[in-house]
Design a protein around this ligand. Structure first.
Ligand code: SF4
Length: 494
């Protein structure tokens, strides 16, 4: 008898744990989902690739994947046949129970007992992973006893030396006891979720913290469309839970907040600026900030990539590898703006060429302005460890770094158009109207990272060139934005 089609898959179940409305919409109105951004697609693809790589932990297995992902029942039947015929290592083993489907990355039989291995592309195990494993354990053990169940994740202590060593690259953590402790809850949730799927309409669930946790929901475009432009969510410095509490009691717009309500300094600055519809500018503090910055000035920004599986010698999983920078230079306040840049070749370790070029371009003296210095400092410190022979020169650059975010993160300058954020993407259009990242193919660092990774597999030279042009244009915009912002600060300080 053919297997009845499953009602719940593992991903649908995890979605349902986050929000029942999301589960309902996913099943009945999938067309309402937000488009998947390229960087999220890249994360999914990374997960698939690492799943394949982890098979080397148990080589020689048989793949039970279905030919078409819509036909997982084939996979369930194939898994059963493989088990019955004595196969001892099965990849993508699929099980179904109570119309819940769970596919497992690797199923292994050792000394007559079965062990489950689920691979995660992350560097640590999260509570969501445990829930995910608990569902798999629930479904699989309805038909096959498991001696143990492991989550497999990337080991960030691993340093690549020569070929990848799977047993050093991955860590296997037994989570059977944790999964066992959750079995009753899983059973109840499955029943609840099946009821949700049978509802005539979507459950009435207001927007809340669940929209972003543990994963950003892909129905935000649908559920949040009634949220006004000037909503309380544009206030920075308040816990999300408090913002949702306000919103769900009818204080939706910032203008709905009563004047007499008292907030901490950061929030009050935002409210005062909004109510006066003028930026709040502390000229004295800005002058103090500028007085510590000396021309000539370098405006610098890095882009990095973080390969999950180390591509180069002596690197570890998810190590930030700088591959690009943009540098604007001004000898003095009135001199011409100059620009240099660096973008590494794609198939080589970018670190050393990046470092040598940067040291050359920043020779001499003059402050180096970056936006959110923690990041650039951490990259330079990591380069110092990797290339200790350049330690003295790197230290000289570190000593010259100044952080342009400070006037905004310390509320010396707040414009309502910044919408509660000191990110350069918010500060730039607020301070320099009409100057923004709109129109660029790459508009944030995550996309830049994804494009650089995609360059590795792009064979078309014209497309490669276009991608490199987009990367250069984006990074150049970051440092040009800093120049413009700095000019505004100089002007307001007189
Ligand atoms: S956007 Fe929020 S409320 Fe809407 S389905 Fe997603 S998690 Fe639920």
């Amino acid at each position: 008898m053919a297997l009845e089609k499953h009602l719940l898959s593992k991903s649908a179940f995890i979605r349902g744990l986050q929000c029942h409305k999301s589960l309902f919409l996913y099943r009945h109105y999938p067309q309402l989902r937000d488009p998947i951004p390229a960087e999220r697609q890249a994360v999914f693809q990374r997960g698939t690739n690492i799943g394949f790589m982890a098979r080397d932990l148990f080589p020689g297995g048989t793949d039970a994947s279905p030919k078409n992902v819509r036909h997982y029942s084939e996979s369930v039947e194939k898994t059963k046949l493989l088990i019955d015929s004595g196969v001892e290592v099965i990849y993508e083993a699929a099980f179904q129970s109570e119309r819940v489907l769970a596919a497992l990355d690797i199923l292994v039989k050792k000394d007559g007992k079965w062990y489950g291995y689920e691979v995660k592309s992350s560097s640590r195990i999260t509570p969501s992973h445990i829930l995910d494993a608990s569902l798999q354990y629930f479904v699989i053990t309805q038909s096959l006893p498991l001696e143990d169940f492991f989550l497999v994740h990337l080991n960030t202590d691993y340093r690549r030396k020569g070929a990848i060593e799977p047993h050093a690259l991955f860590r296997m953590i037994s989570v059977r006891n944790k999964a066992l402790a959750k079995q009753d809850m899983i059973g109840e949730q499955i029943n609840n979720q099946k009821e949700v799927l049978n509802l005539a309409q979507a459950p009435d669930i207001p927007i809340g913290e669940q929209c972003f946790s543990p994963y950003p929901c892909d129905f935000i475009g649908h559920c949040w469309k009634g949220v006004p432009e000037d909503s309380v969510f544009n206030l920075g410095g308040i816990r999300k839970s408090e913002l949702f509490a306000m919103y769900n009691t009818g204080i939706c717009r910032i203008s709905d907040i009563k004047e007499e309500t008292v907030f901490n300094g950061e929030v009050q600055i935002q409210l005062d600026a909004l109510r006066s519809q003028k930026p709040l500018i502390d000229k004295k503090k800005i002058s103090g900030f500028l007085s510590e910055i000396q021309y000539p000035l370098f405006f610098l920004d890095f882009e990095t990539t973080m390969p999950a599986v180390p591509l180069y010698e002596n690197t570890h999983p998810y190590q930030h590898l700088p591959f690009q920078y943009s540098l604007h230079y001004k000898k003095d306040k009135h001199s011409e703006l100059e620009h240099v840049e660096f973008l590494a070749e794609t198939h080589v370790d970018p670190r050393k060429s990046f470092l040598l070029s940067l040291l050359k371009h920043t020779e001499g003296w003059g402050d180096i302005l970056v936006y959110y210095a923690t990041f650039e400092r951490s990259i330079l410190n990591a380069l110092k460890k990797d290339f200790p022979e350049y330690g003295t020169e790197i230290d000289k650059r570190l000593a010259r770094i100044r952080d342009l975010i400070i006037p905004f993160s310390d509320h010396m300058y707040y414009d309502p158009a910044m919408k509660g954020s000191s990110s350069i993407k918010n500060v730039l259009p607020a301070l320099v109207p009409g100057f923004s990242y709109d129109g660029l193919k790459i508009t944030n660092g995550n996309v830049a990272m994804t494009v650089y990774e995609q360059l590795r597999s792009e064979n078309d030279l014209f497309v490669q060139e276009e991608m490199r042009e987009s990367l250069l244009a984006y990074c150049k915009m970051d440092t040009l934005a800093m120049v413009k912002i700095f000019e505004v600060l100089e002007n307001v300080a007189g």
